[in-house]
Structure formats: structure tokens, C-alpha cells
Design a protein around this ligand. Structure first.
Ligand SMILES: [Zn+2]
Ligand SMILES: [Zn+2]
Length: 83
């Protein structure tokens, strides 16, 4: 993914997980499994999802895992982005 897009998405999301609100600054020791922020393609890149900020969301590594396990619906992420 091109770096400018990555930075744009991180800035839009305030360098914070849009699902749980974690970020590296506010993270506490109870959150030690949350270690980094990742970008998730809402529409999977492999299925033709674009590398555009509209299709990308900032998530912590834990929420990102949950999305890929199917525990957080794509619809949820889409509505977060619209709010
Ligand atoms: Zn999170
Ligand atoms: Zn992902």
C-alpha cells in the first residue's frame, strides 16, 4: 500500500483504533496484547477492494484479528467510518 495513503488513513483516524479506541499512547498494561495499529481493507484487497482511504480503517492488532475471525462485521466498520 502506498505510504501517503497509509498516513492519510492514520491521520484521519487520529492514530487510534476505530473499534476500541486504543492507541499506543493511551494503551495501559492491561492492554499489553494490543501492540500496534494496522490498516484493514474493508473490502478485501484480494477481492478488488481499493487502496483508498474510504476502503481502509485503522485498527489495533487485536481488533484486526477479530475482524478476520468474523467477530466484527464489515458493516460495523463501514458505519464507524461514516460517523
Ligand atoms: Zn482495537
Ligand atoms: Zn485486514
Amino acid at each position: 500500500m502506498p505510504d501517503p495513503v497509509r498516513i492519510k488513513v492514520l491521520e484521519r483516524d487520529g492514530f487510534t483504533c476505530r473499534h476500541c479506541g486504543w492507541n499506543p499512547e493511551n494503551g495501559n498494561s492491561a492492554d499489553r496484547y494490543r501492540t500496534l495499529l494496522e490498516l484493514h481493507h474493508i473490502e478485501h484487497h484480494a477481492k478488488g477492494g481499493a487502496n483508498t482511504p474510504e476502503n481502509l480503517i485503522t485498527l489495533c492488532n487485536i481488533c484486526h484479528d477479530e475482524v478476520h475471525r468474523g467477530n466484527i462485521a464489515a458493516d460495523t466498520l463501514t458505519s464507524v467510518l461514516k460517523s
